[in-house]
Write a new protein. Structure first.
Length: 142
């Protein structure tokens, strides 16, 4: 299976699990609750999930712990950043793109559980996705 196909399959499975969580609990909870529910749902689907992964910042060859945490890394390849906000903002996209660059991952999902319909709260962010015309710049400028 090609890398692009593998990533697409993982993303579809994450979205399916997120929809299941949203149907079960709806909008209005804290991000931490959605993260716990989504991690549980993904594990139920036999996916490897790491939660609250520390993300140190390398500055002038010094590793600094600035308190950054990646919400979920699924199958060691896809970052899922959980939000519970009225609307996703460009800063959320920039945050996820920064995380992707810092940990050298190609694709991430912003998932806003505060959306009435979860489909409206999903955004895929790409960092040098294989076989794709989307660049990191176009991913955040669209």
């Amino acid at each position: 299976m090609e890398e692009k196909e593998k990533l697409d399959l993982i993303i579809r499975r994450i979205i399916g699990a997120a929809i299941e969580v949203h149907k079960a609990v709806g909008p209005g909870l804290l991000e931490s609750a959605y993260q716990a529910c989504l991690a549980f749902e993904l594990r139920e689907r036999n996916l490897k999930v790491d939660e609250q992964v520390p993300l140190p910042l390398l500055y002038k060859e010094v590793k600094l712990d600035c308190g950054y945490r990646i919400d979920l890394i699924v199958e060691d390849t896809v970052i899922a950043e959980i939000k519970a906000v009225e609307h996703l903002a460009p800063i959320h996209e920039a945050q996820l793109l920064s995380y992707l660059r810092l940990v050298h991952k190609r694709v991430g999902l912003l998932i806003n559980f505060h959306s009435r319909v979860l489909k409206e709260g999903l955004k895929r962010i790409v960092n040098e996705f294989p076989d794709s015309a989307s660049s990191a710049f176009s991913a955040v400028s669209s």
